[in-house]
Ligand binder design. Structure first.
Ligand code: HEM
Length: 442
């Protein structure tokens, strides 16, 4: 840990010609980035943007994530993306300090281990329902399957047994809303936002779609309140919230937060499922190990190796290749003065690809995580600190259960070769060819 104080002006500054190279830190192969010449910390201050410190000094990163009170993630999202319009500024990720701590404690229980066990049957059912529709013996896009699985699981777990009058309306409203988020019009709004000081242009079609979702959710909240779960343990997320301290917010706020959970969980999970399929299809040895476990009906071995595959895929293809925090006041991390308003960026993918943290970092080797949890300081797919992904345990369990169920019924056809290149999805990485794989009967 450094004891000498430095200010941002004393650190290497990128010149305009280097700015185009920033993209290289967001794609696999970060070790080829010429920016590495600048060392572990460098500063970017393009005109019209806040000053940004990019750091992969692990002491900086540790101190940044440990500091809950002086930094905000919501302010980074508002400055560079249209997340505030998508999520709503009152949702968890936009809150800071004590308010965030209080709300997070209320939202967390349905995503902790005890609750997670109760979701497993539904996850298995969703795969069994979808599986007969997938082609056998010919290539198809697993990313699309990932989206279907993610939405099936989410609607079932977040909303549970929605009254039949609302079930289909809710699903259709959610699908239309997600469709609007992916529309060209809204993508254009997202791209313009950082260039106009973080102001997100009004986009009425998205508002309309959000209101449709909220209207059904509010009806459902009212119905659940009128008929509580008669002493049974509620299984779904919404029922776990109704009647708690969270429910003292107005209904619109609870509905908005439910929407925030759906949004945070949907794309990230679908894309990760796509990457796992793409990685497996390109790595015969990993699939041979999974097949051996599935053929022997050895579920413990299958689960252990799948956990390792999921962790290794998320190391090499984190949906978000970086995260960041904006200083709410003048502060210091690991001896570096961070002025109020400056942004600290943590290049997650660069850290994941560093030989200092992983041997042969560019090699897909699930064994490195076999029987060992990823190290929370150098494996940052879900971020870290007080804003670490609320659904991390949920997402890991979901990936394991969904793939276990697939592999108990199907084999993945493999061929060694390069893994699909990534395509930029909003700020994230998604498989460019939609994760084309071939499944065979087991
Ligand atoms: C593979 C799937 C997922 C990935 C890669 C992912 C990634 C992330 C990342 C990078 C963050 C920001 C963390 C930081 O910068 O420290 C985050 C926050 C968050 N995620 Fe996820 N996420 C995933 C799934 C989910 C799921 C399934 C849920 C809900 C069920 C969820 C809900 C949230 C929430 C509520 C936050 C904000 C937490 C806070 O501000 O306290 N995510 N996620």
């Amino acid at each position: 840990m450094s004891h000498t104080r430095v200010s941002l002006c004393e650190l290497p500054h990128l010149r305009t010609r280097h700015l185009t190279q920033i993209g290289g830190l967001m794609r696999p192969g970060t070790h080829r980035s010429p920016l590495l010449e600048f060392g572990k910390r460098f500063v970017i201050s393009p005109p019209g943007f806040p000053t940004m410190l990019v750091t992969h000094d692990m002491d900086d990163v540790r101190e940044l994530f440990a500091n809950h009170d002086d930094f905000s993630i919501g302010q980074v999202l508002s400055r560079f993306s249209s997340h505030d319009m998508m999520f709503g500024k009152q949702t968890l990720i936009f809150l800071d300090g004590d308010e965030h701590r209080r709300e997070r404690r209320l939202f967390a229980p349905p995503f902790q281990s005890k609750a997670l066990r109760s979701y497993e049957d539904l996850m298995v059912e969703v795969v069994q329902r979808e599986l007969p529709r997938w082609p056998i013996g010919e290539p198809f896009e697993f990313l699309k399957v990932g989206y279907d699985l993610a939405i099936g699981v989410l609607l079932g777990i977040v909303f549970g047994d929605v009254a039949p009058v609302r079930r289909d309306r809710l699903k259709q409203a959610v699908i239309r809303w997600f469709g609007e988020i992916e529309s060209r019009g809204f993508l254009a709004v997202t791209l313009i936002t950082p260039l106009i000081g973080g102001y997100t242009l009004p986009y009425p079609p998205l508002r309309r779609r959000q209101s449709e979702v909220d209207a059904v959710v509010i009806e459902e909240i009212t119905a659940r309140r009128a008929a509580p779960s008669d002493g049974h343990d509620p299984k779904d997320v919404l029922s776990r919230y109704v009647g708690t301290e969270l429910d003292q917010h107005d209904d619109a706020a609870l509905a908005r937060n439910m929407r925030g959970i759906l949004l945070g969980a949907y794309e990230t999970t679908a894309i990760t499922l796509g990457w796992i399929a793409a990685m497996l299809a390109g790595h015969p040895a990993a699939v041979a190990e999974l097949d051996a476990a599935a053929d022997a009906c050895d579920r413990a071995r299958l689960d252990a190796y799948l956990d390792a595959v999921v962790a290794e895929t998320m190391r090499l293809r984190p949906v978000s290749p970086f995260t960041g925090r904006r200083a709410l006041r003048n502060t210091v991390i690991n001896g570096v003065h961070i002025p109020k308003g400056a942004i600290v960026i943590v290049p997650i993918l660069l850290i994941h690809e560093s030989p200092q943290h992983y041997q042969d970092p560019m090699v897909f080797r699930p064994e490195r995580f076999l029987g060992e949890r990823p190290n929370g300081q150098t494996w940052l797919t879900f971020g870290a600190g007080s804003h670490r992904c609320l659904g991390a345990q949920f997402a890991l369990a979901e990936a394991r259960i969904l793939f276990r169920t697939v592999l108990e019924h199907r084999r993945i056809h493999t061929a060694s070769g390069p893994i699909e290149p990534p395509r930029r999805y909003h700020t994230g990485l998604s498989p460019a060819d939609n994760a084309r794989i071939t499944l065979l009967r087991r």
